[in-house]
Design a protein around this ligand. Structure first.
Ligand SMILES: NC(=O)c1ccc[n+]([C@@H]2O[C@H](COP(=O)([O-])OP(=O)(O)OC[C@H]3O[C@@H](n4cnc5c(N)ncnc54)[C@H](O)[C@@H]3O)[C@@H](O)[C@H]2O)c1
Length: 455
């Protein structure tokens, strides 16, 4: 079947229909599964490097435009449409494409107009975290591949639903954890997995951000002109507009994100998961608004989460308003083995030796390695890996399930911090226990008419 005929079959039901809007995933999934799955086979035959890949961007903010810029470095990529609830951002997205391709893409305030199109192969999801799940699932249901930003989701249940949608429809879904495509992170992971550091008992990951101070307490106000605020809120609770709970700073509010634990944890804890190849089994945590107690920000400005794995523990630390973390680095991961310690961040990696004294002059257990530099341009490598997989139908480097599992560890750290308790996690059933309320945090309620398709 030709691609155009196939896609029109897939999209015969509009996501803008009121019934589809209410339970789009479930309604469309049941009727489209076969066709959408078939489209993967069609795309497999499009392995020619000369094929154009038509992308569309949903969410034209800092990262969405950044991602799109990397896509547009690839000649085979064209961008046909952009969507944003904020009209000024639609114009920014359109201007970017026009400057690179000489042609203005279509612009929409309602992203479902992109979902409904038959000529889009790939959707980039650059929306705030609370808007990752629905566009990703809708795109999968209509036979599109997806590059979705990290952290994959605002709840564990959403993440699992995204994995299910990707698998059911044979879609290629890459998460924007670009460290996975960085050669120097890969080298660090290789060393950890080689065993030369000895038995690794403790891992530390952290983010200290001095570029953010207090946010004050701005009052609620009218939404800016040209913004569809109800659509920005989407599945989250209705509330008056507040400029602090909007572009970029949404990440410091529980309704839309998980603070630094998920914002930077999605990157650094992901490196832990990659190297150590174990699923978490629990977490405990402490944290609070110690730096900016009267600030409007909801998520802790200071937090330590201890994430339990079967054979080691992982300590996550973050501070807002301070930029010097462990090993004098603002972010990083430390793998502490019996023989040595490997420290890696975006700038490079090094190995320090553990010591042995036992009553004798101190001995070093392994040869240290001075700091080695970091890789360059790996965000582009990550995007290119995704585009290559769209053509080959292989799983990308940061497949949706990889992103799901990494952010589970971060969600557990946050759930423990919010309940000020210890929680136990069963990675097989993806259920949480250990506190009477803990299980309620695995998912989150959606505001009507939005629903999460879990089938
Ligand atoms: N990979 C990385 O290194 C990295 C870096 C920064 C941000 N991010 C991630 O990128 C995402 C976006 O972050 P940001 O800093 O660009 O945020 P942002 O607020 O600047 O941009 C988000 C954009 O999405 C738009 N939007 C919101 N709801 C929408 C909807 N329903 N339909 C269409 N557009 C909608 C907003 O209007 C805004 O323009 C976040 O998930 C963040 O964690 C990743």
């Amino acid at each position: 079947m030709e691609k155009s005929k196939l896609m029109s079959k897939i999209s015969r039901r509009s996501f803008l229909d009121s019934s589809a809007k209410i339970s789009a995933g479930a309604v469309v999934a049941s009727s489209l599964t076969g066709a959408a799955a078939g489209s993967a086979a069609i795309r497999t035959t499009q392995g020619s490097p000369n094929d154009k890949i038509n992308v569309a961007l949903i969410g034209c903010g800092g990262m969405g435009k950044g991602d799109l810029g990397y896509f547009l470095r690839l000649e085979e990529v064209d961008c046909l449409a952009v969507a944003d609830v904020d009209k000024s951002r639609i114009e920014e997205g359109q201007a970017l494409v026009e400057s690179r391709r000489g042609k203005k893409p279509d612009g929409y305030q309602d992203f479902r107009k992109i979902i409904d199109r038959n000529d889009i192969d790939v959707v980039i999801v650059g929306t705030p975290d609370h808007w990752h799940a629905i566009p990703t699932i809708y795109a999968c249901e209509t036979g599109k591949d997806v590059y979705v930003e990290k952290p994959l989701a605002t709840s564990i249940e959403e993440g699992r639903a995204m994995v299910t949608a990707a698998r059911r429809n044979n879609r290629v879904v890459q998460v924007g954890t670009q460290q996975r495509s960085a050669g120097h992170f890969a080298r660090a992971v290789e060393i950890v997995q080689s065993g030369q550091l000895g038995k690794i008992r403790q891992v530390r990951a952290w983010a200290f951000i001095d570029w953010k101070g207090g946010m004050g307490n701005p009052p609620d106000s009218a939404p800016p002109a040209g913004v569809d605020y109800d659509m920005w809120l989407g599945p989250t609770p209705k509330r008056p507009f507040n400029p602090a709970r909007f572009h970029f700073t949404f990440r410091w509010f529980w309704d839309y994100s998980g603070g630094l634990m998920t914002d930077w944890g999605a990157h650094m804890v992901d490196v832990v998961m990659w190297a150590m190849k174990e699923d978490p089994v629990g977490a405990m945590a402490m944290g609070g608004k110690y730096g900016y107690p009267d600030d409007i920000m909801e998520t802790p400005d200071t937090q330590q989460s201890i994430i339990e794995f079967p054979s080691f523990s992982c300590v996550w630390e973050h501070m807002v308003g301070c930029g010097v973390g462990p090993w004098q680095r603002e972010h990083g991961v430390e793998f502490h083995g019996q023989n040595g310690i490997l420290v890696v961040d975006r700038g490079g990696w090094e190995i320090l030796s553990e010591t042995d004294s036992d009553g004798k002059p101190r001995q070093y257990r392994m040869k240290p390695t001075p700091r080695q530099g970091g890789s360059s341009d790996y965000h582009f490598t990550h995007v290119k890996n995704f585009v290559d997989c769209v053509k080959s139908r292989q799983q990308p480097t940061a497949d949706v399930e990889v992103g799901h599992k990494s952010v589970i560890a971060c969600h557990l750290g946050n759930i423990a911090a919010r309940l000020r308790t210890q929680v136990t996690w069963d990675p097989k059933t993806e259920q949480i226990s250990g506190h009477p309320e803990a299980k309620n945090y695995v998912g989150r309620e959606y505001r009507a008419p939005w629903t999460l398709s879990k089938a």
